[in-house]
Design a protein around this ligand. Structure first.
Ligand code: AHR
Length: 482
């Protein structure tokens, strides 16, 4: 089969923020996964674990969303500042009913963001917080001059304001964020966002809490009543092949489950199209970003772990879901301005798993690594028919062409010619080449699924040809010649 890439006609920029991450106070994501405290024997800088920070920088993490999730609408930021020993405790009612000591708060989050060299996306509390509380949080973070909150911040050791790039006005307000109706939340959004003031030079990008999966009424209501007051509107969608009740094991599944999971991942395309059509009605210029700030797989928690901690293993199937989904985000790069996979460490479709001092990179991490050249590159249109069970994406930046392809067929290889309108030299071809559909990495076998060189690409007169092995995800980088 043949596809054609028109490099001379480039499409929208694939925002680097599509490669964003999400870290909630949930299970072992923040505590242990990212933050171990300065007294820990685990190597850390100001309490942030060095191995995890390094691994995330390697995949060029562009933005981190925090503190939730459902936790955000129960979080009172003032409990998380000041001397750690006097910080008020709370019960994390959503996630295991554990006691939260608030040792990771605003200062710690911005220290983490500094170390990761990424942007901050803070999610405010609409469900159980006041307008004043939200307003003061933004003032505390961003006010450079003299003000009560800026003085409070200085008292706590931080002279300069931080850069707050993105601010979410509530989370899942149709559910854990207050069980609101779309009409009610639209009004609340308008009220709360009014007080998300801009104290500094940097514009705060305001994100309205968006729909659950296919709740198109929610999107319609928010757009109709508040589109001119928002920069982004969120969307949440999790892949669980058999529904909420029977999520199934992350590692033990059948071939049918594999295909069903891939199919459910591909449903993201329809969701973006249909929510996008509603957004187009009110925002034909596509100024407002669709912010898919929670996505990924959600399986039954690993046996023997706290079910409220949402700890799951991560196999080649999760890697496939990542590749399928990222390809869809690219395709809709004109509307999807950010996405945040759930979640960064030890929760749901994690990049990284930890156990005490040990750390392992998951197959999903490797997809983010394989795809990182696409960040802020121009999307290239692809014409022609792909083999069944194959999905692809292509982009270019600075004379470099990057093509990523995933073959989710469990048995068949896929042969493909990629015809180009420019001469190229293949610089590199690397990928995850599957052997077992449920292969995963653990602390004793950290490289069962890892990136290897792929030697199946050959240059031909008008492009390249390749044969993609079953269960493989490959990225080819090429230098373009005029
Ligand atoms: O990511 C886990 C949870 O999923 C989040 O807290 C919530 O927003 C969503 O329902």
């Amino acid at each position: 089969m043949t596809i054609q890439l028109l490099t001379k006609k480039s499409g929208p920029t694939i925002s680097k923020y599509i490669y964003g991450h999400f870290a909630e106070h949930l299970g072992r994501c923040i505590y242990e996964g990212l933050y171990v405290g300065t007294e820990s024997e685990i190597a850390n800088v100001n309490g942030m674990r060095t191995d995890v920070v390094e691994a995330l920088k390697h995949i060029k993490i562009p933005v981190l969303r925090w503190p939730g999730g459902c936790f955000a609408d129960e979080y009172h930021w003032k409990d998380g500042i000041g001397p750690k020993e006097t910080r008020k405790m709370m019960v994390n009612t959503h996630w295991g009913g554990v006691t939260e000591n608030n040792h990771f708060g605003t200062h710690e989050f911005f220290e983490l963001v500094r170390q990761l060299e990424c942007e901050a996306y803070v999610n405010g509390n609409v469900g159980s917080g006041t307008v004043q509380e939200m307003q003061e949080w933004v003032e505390y973070i961003t006010m450079g001059g003299v003000s009560p909150m800026a003085e409070e911040r200085r008292k706590n050791g931080r002279e300069e304001p931080w850069k707050l790039a993105f601010f979410g006005v509530g989370n899942e307000n149709w559910g854990c964020g207050g069980n609101m109706r779309a009409e009610y939340y639209a009004d609340e959004y308008r009220r709360y966002q009014t007080y998300v003031r801009q104290y500094g030079e940097d514009k705060i990008y305001k994100i309205a809490g968006g729909a659950n999966v296919a709740d198109y009424h929610w999107t319609e209501t928010l757009m109709k009543n508040a589109h001119w007051m928002m920069d982004g509107l969120s969307l949440h969608y999790y892949v669980h092949p058999h529904g909420w009740e029977e999520k199934g094991s992350a590692t033990e599944f059948t071939a049918d489950d594999w295909y069903l999971t891939c199919e459910k991942a591909a449903y993201m395309d329809e969701l973006i199209r249909r929510h996008g059509t509603i957004m187009d009605k009110y925002d034909p210029e596509k100024r407002i970003g669709m912010i898919v700030d929670e996505w990924g797989t959600w399986f039954t928690a690993e046996p023997g772990t706290n079910p409220g901690f949402l700890y799951q293993q991560n196999t080649l199937r999760d890697a496939m879901v990542a590749a399928i989904t990222l390809n869809i985000f690219h395709k809709h790069a004109d509307r999807v301005h950010m996405a945040n996979i759930a979640q960064t460490v030890n929760v749901l479709q994690a990049m990284i798993l930890t156990e005490g001092a040990q750390m392992v990179k998951t197959p999903s991490y490797h997809v983010f690594d394989l795809y990182k050249n696409h960040q802020d590159a121009q999307l290239i249109d692809c014409f022609g028919e792909l083999p069944p069970h194959v999905t692809s994406t292509a982009s270019q930046k600075g004379g470099q062409l990057t093509v990523s392809l995933a073959n989710f067929d469990l048995k068949e290889s896929a042969s493909l010619n990629i015809v180009l309108d420019t001469a190229v030299t293949v610089k590199e071809a690397r990928g995850l080449i599957g052997t077992e559909m449920n292969a995963y990495n653990d602390f004793d076998h950290p490289e069962t699924v890892t990136i290897t060189d792929f030697d199946g690409v050959t240059e031909i007169e008008d492009g390249v040809k390749l044969s993609l092995p079953p269960m493989s995800i490959v990225t080819i980088t090429m230098a373009c010649h005029e």
